[in-house]
Write a protein that binds this ligand. Structure first.
Ligand code: BG6
Length: 495
């Protein structure tokens, strides 16, 4: 049976940086189903060969160490190009000829919308009109992958959903969040539910608070016009950070089946307490890096946030009263995504007097999503031959050491395969999206109101505005990037 993957937005960045490299890697690993063809669709007038040449250059630029000439030649034979406008029905009708099998029936077809979000409803409607969303025979699927952001607020996300559901069933729609494709993010589930020792401690009785940081060193790069209209809340919080939060906070699902998992994530999102407008400045911080307004393509008066920090509470039995601190930003000191579970201090502080510190005796578990993929547990240890001197020590697990024979794959590899296999576990359901927007809209409303936090400017290469630190200090807490520094020192020592 013939299988087609059609990428709308084939001349864009996502296609060359992520999608084609991921498909090439799946091909190399012999995971791409037989008879797959990949068709790039975009307005640019490329020939098949010109498209192949561009994709070859992309592989050489983005995954040079994986490039093998013979394998590329075999992979290139699967690549085709279809010049067309997303607005013209005729261009879709011409596409049907390419995805049809010899006997005239269309087989499996996956459509990837790597295009500007306002075009999603147009493409889906035209696919429908060209009868590309219905299998002609009784075999073969029709699925679409929708890139984030899914809408720009609750109302537009709902409208988009309605548009999609007019011509597609929910099980044909895959709303992608590439964070869920990261191995270390999936490992969160294994850590929590595949081991017996963590779950008994994973609640308000033992956990003081949770920190989730997704920090980037880059600025808006060449995406200024998109980013300036979007900002951090929509670009990172509504999706990646909230997805991480749901995985940390969810109850054990009854199975790994997609809806069992998503039901639990939805319960967490439903439990998140909304931040009332008048308390916005107490629970949220928004920042913009110095020089952002001078970036090409950015409005010189822009008040778009490039940094956000939020204190959230989940109103359920497990998490009542436990703060979840989320922060993310561009142009920060280090690129790192990390979840820190900070445990409560021992009930009897008998060593504090001796160690002179209360911080030493608090345990934390850091789950490093990237780039130092691994897990670190900090605990108190006695310094040998030092009387009762004590020091914090760490137990470290690094994927690169424990599984050195298997490098960590890019998240799109896994996610694209999952869609081909019809597994939606790592994709967001419509109710998850709706709840996430509800929260983001309420934060945004607070920011736009009179009592919202002022936009704070921060130095490039810092950890963001000072108020992000104050968000934790007021409760006698602090961000845990020191644990990362500790690891950097260790890594430097190793090298
Ligand atoms: C994307 C955002 O979803 O995630 C980007 O649109 C951001 O602004 C990127 O840079 C970060 O992804 P990663 O995998 O590099 O952490």
């Amino acid at each position: 049976m013939k299988r087609s993957i059609v990428i709308f937005g084939a001349s864009g960045d996502l296609t060359s940086r992520k999608l084609i490299p991921a498909l090439y890697m799946n091909f190399r690993k012999k995971r791409l189903p037989e008879n797959t063809q990949i068709i790039g669709f975009s307005r640019h007038p490329f020939s098949d060969d010109a498209f192949r040449q561009n994709m070859k250059e992309a592989l050489l630029a983005f995954i040079p160490s994986e490039f093998v000439e013979e394998e590329w030649s075999a992979f290139a034979r699967l690549l085709f190009y279809h010049p067309g406008s997303v607005e013209k029905l005729n261009d879709y009708l011409a596409l049907t000829k390419k995805v049809n099998t010899i006997d005239g029936e269309t087989a499996d077809c996956l459509f990837y919308l790597a295009i500007a979000p306002p075009l999603y409803p147009i493409v889906v409607q035209k696919l429908h009109e060209a009868r590309l969303l219905t299998s002609m025979g009784n075999e073969g699927y029709r699925r679409i992958i929708v890139e984030k952001p899914f809408g720009r607020d609750l109302a537009s996300a709902k409208a988009l959903n309605e548009d999609l559901l007019k011509v597609l069933r929910e099980d044909q729609i895959y709303r992608i969040d590439h964070y869920l494709g990261k191995e270390t993010v999936q490992n969160l589930l294994v850590l929590r539910f595949g081991n017996a020792i963590f779950e008994p401690l994973w609640n308000r009785n033992y956990i003081d608070h949770v920190q989730i940081t997704v920090a980037e060193t880059v600025g808006v790069e060449h995406r200024a016009s998109y980013y300036d209209q979007t900002g951090l809340l929509r670009d990172m919080l509504q999706n990646h950070l909230l997805q991480l939060l749901t995985l940390v906070a969810m109850e054990p699902p009854v199975s790994v089946e997609a809806n069992a998992l998503r039901d639990e994530k939805v319960k967490v999102l439903k439990g998140i307490r909304e931040i009332p407008q008048e308390l916005s400045a107490r629970f949220t911080v928004r920042g913009q890096y110095n020089g952002y307004r001078a970036e090409p393509g950015v409005d010189p008066q822009s008040s778009t946030e490039t940094f956000g920090a939020i204190e959230l509470y989940i109103d359920n039995w497990r998490w009542q009263g436990v703060p979840f601190y989320l922060r993310s930003g561009k142009m920060l000191k280090e690129k790192m995504s990390e979840i820190v579970i900070r445990f409560r201090r021992p009930p009897l502080q008998m060593f504090d007097v001796l160690s002179g510190s209360t911080e030493l005796s608090t345990n934390h578990l850091s789950i490093s999503i990237q780039p130092d993929e691994g897990i670190h547990l900090r605990f108190l240890a006695k310094v040998p031959d030092g009387g009762m001197a004590m020091r914090a020590a760490e137990m470290n697990f690094h994927f690169r050491d424990a599984f050195h024979e298997t490098p960590i794959p890019e998240s799109y590899e896994r996610l694209l395969l999952d869609v081909m296999h019809g597994d939606a576990s790592l994709f967001a359901r419509d109710d998850e999206i709706t709840l996430a927007w509800q929260l983001v809209d309420s934060i945004r409303m607070g920011w736009e109101g009179e009592t919202g936090p002022a936009l704070q400017f921060y130095e490039r290469g810092s950890w963001g505005p000072g108020d992000a630190d104050r968000l934790l200090w007021k409760e006698g807490r602090w961000w845990m990037e020191d644990s990362v520094l500790h690891r950097s020192e260790q890594n430097a020592g190793k090298a």
